[in-house]
Design a protein around this ligand. Structure first.
Ligand code: FE2
Length: 221
């Protein structure tokens, strides 16, 4: 397990003993699932961002070490709200300097984290690692991933909630188009467009099922 992954895992989950002989991804997720009784949106989001960011970094030939570290640590101070991008960048700088992470790359990691603030941008970023973290972070909030992440998060609150209520809640997502427009890399843009389509289709089909509109009288003909 990398130091960044360990830091993110420690900060974002309630499990404090996930380290051990089996530090593979499979071993870690098994340990987490053993200990976790609820749904941890932040951890799910961050692990998703790491996956997407590494994929984009590979395609775009970016520095994968920088991108992976930034992805693991980008929401490490999420509890700071609006300021979390800046405080996360500070955390990353202070944390990585104590590790064997290449010291000359720390500033790039911090920059990418500082740049990921917000759901959309008026002007594009210019730094490749920042662009990739931005795109991966926003992609993780779109599509069927969003359906699973957000629905699970809402259900985990254990407050009264119906399927019809979930459909109504999803209507209030007008930021999605702006987010898709503010992605940088063509592969991320293409994926985002597909995710929006899948997202809309999911809710449309759910509404159809809930209303029984899929039961057609002409089937009896
Ligand atoms: Fe994030």
């Amino acid at each position: 397990m990398s130091a960044m992954q360990n830091a993110a895992e420690t900060e974002m989950t309630e499990h404090d003993t996930v380290s051990g002989p089996d530090s593979s991804a499979a071993g870690m997720s098994a340990a987490i699932s053993r200990k976790s009784l609820g749904y941890n949106y932040r951890w799910e989001h961050v692990t998703s961002v790491v996956t997407l960011a590494l994929k984009l970094a590979h395609i775009l030939k970016a520095d994968e070490e920088v991108v992976e570290a930034a992805a693991w640590l980008h929401d490490i101070t999420k509890e700071d709200g609006e300021e979390h991008a800046n405080t996360g960048a500070e955390f990353a700088g202070d944390f990585l300097v104590e590790t064997d992470f290449p010291q000359e790359k720390i500033e790039q990691v911090a920059q990418a984290i500082a740049d990921h603030k917000g759901l959309w941008r008026e002007s594009p970023l210019t730094n490749l690692s920042s662009m990739i973290l931005w795109d991966a972070d926003k992609l993780s909030k779109l599509g069927l991933t969003a359906v699973i992440h957000w629905t699970s998060m809402l259900l985990a609150r254990q407050e009264p909630l119906t399927a019809a209520g979930l459909v109504e809640l999803k209507q209030n997502l007008d930021w999605q188009q702006k987010t898709v427009k503010s992605l940088h890399a063509r592969p991320a843009q293409d994926a985002a467009k597909q995710r929006l389509i899948a997202y809309e289709l999911f809710w449309t089909n759910l509404e159809i099922e809930l209303s029984g509109a899929d039961i057609l009288s002409k089937s009896l003909d």
